[in-house]
Ligand binder design. Sequence first.
Ligand code: GAP
Length: 488
Amino acid sequence: MAKITKLEEIVSLCKRRGFIYQSSEIYGGLASCYDYGPLGVELKRNVREAWWKSVVQMRDDVVGLDCSILMHPLVWKSSGHADKFADLVTVCKKCNTRTRVDHLKDHADEHTEHVPVETAAVDAQSLNKKVCPSCGKIGQFSEPMAFKLMFETQMGANADDTMTLYLRPETAQGIFVNFRNVMDSTRVKVPFGIAQTGKSFRNEVTTKAFIFRTREFEQAELEFFCEPGTDEDWYEHWKAARFKWYTDLGIKSENLRFRDHDPDELAHYAKACVDVEYKFPFGSGDWQELEGIANRTDFDLRQHQRGMRTLNSWFESKGDLTKIALKEEAEDYQKGPLSYFDEQEKKRYIPYVIEPSAGIDRSTLAFLVDAYDEEDVNGQTRNLLRFHPDLAPVKAAIFPLVKKDGMPEIAHNIYDDLKRLFPCFYDQKGAVGRRYRRQDEAGTPFCVTVDGQTKEDNTVTVRDRDSMEQSRIPGDQVKAFLRDKLDM
Ligand code: GAP
């Protein structure tokens, strides 16, 4: 059972143990930006790699991609982000705090992701009954306004030829604009998927939830292209696959659930969308989105076909790209450049897309919270992180029982041998009991100890983090033993 009940507890645990620090802390910190420390960087890398292994490596129908963060501005015009990716916000006249209108419902509940501005506008009609989450005043709000979520930046050295670009707010569009490239350069056939992980940026209004919602974060997204008509089956397929990924990696199933989006909550591109939610043990909402799985239909590929047609006319006019109107869809859009020709069936169509879109930071937080445990051992509290071995930042720690009698040399040899395979830690300082506890707190699944008996019969002890049981095995079998236990 997770024993964490407040956000501050996880923040302090993460700092104390070197998982996550506030960004630029020595300068007072930068709001909503975080840095991953020595254990955190390994944990996050393992989460990303576990996602990649499950979504790309283990499948024959998904390929990977790594796109640039800066993209042509028309990408965001075509995707709808340039015009629609905004939150409706209001400012409290008393304390000057800016809050999302849809978050005022439950006193700044953290529950929702971005709801369409039109939906939030309905809430805005009853602002006089809402409470400011910061100062508690009722109904003292300014006229709501749309707050754009994309960060802008300038490309180009000369003042007169710079171009306004956006930091991508999702990795998905990089996949759509490379659909043709991947089709032409590989032998993929629909149904197939393109996956990528990478940083995304959103100028979020509501943060203050540690790494749950930040302005710079990492996403892991899959766009799975399928024939229209088969989309609902693939939607169910990916729902099941993604839920299983979390539980296979140790999240307790009672802490995980699906939540279907209401029709008025659906993003402008989606036919259906479900969130995989995790029951965080803090915050007012408890259940919070970990990942969204959407049926995006053929919206994106069609929109990019329109964008491609619009680009031609922009070359002629050289007008402001952000204000340009997209050309209407061609009548024969099903035969457009982003369509797919099914050789066997001899038919052409724009594929539908199922998109499981996860957050690497957000799932790292869930894995941390879920793994945290406290238990009473001989009247003392043992704190530990019961990470799945694939996620554990350090897989094994190697100790000499004492710093003499040749034990450090033997232990160091084992350590040198093992660290070529996976991250290990060597420690010879202090009482061995305390060294075990430190590794429990870091979530290290196994500790190998060289002791007096090692010199007599070449055996060592291997201690299991969860059961605390120790087995004695021959020193030359440690590698095989751990590889078997860690499945590596
Ligand atoms: N391409 C679809 C898309 O981006 P989303 O629901 O906006 O959908 C997908 O984001 C996932 O990305 C979320 O479920 C969450 O895990 C992560 N995410 C989104 N905004 C985030 C933020 N500000 N901070 C941390 N993670 C975020």
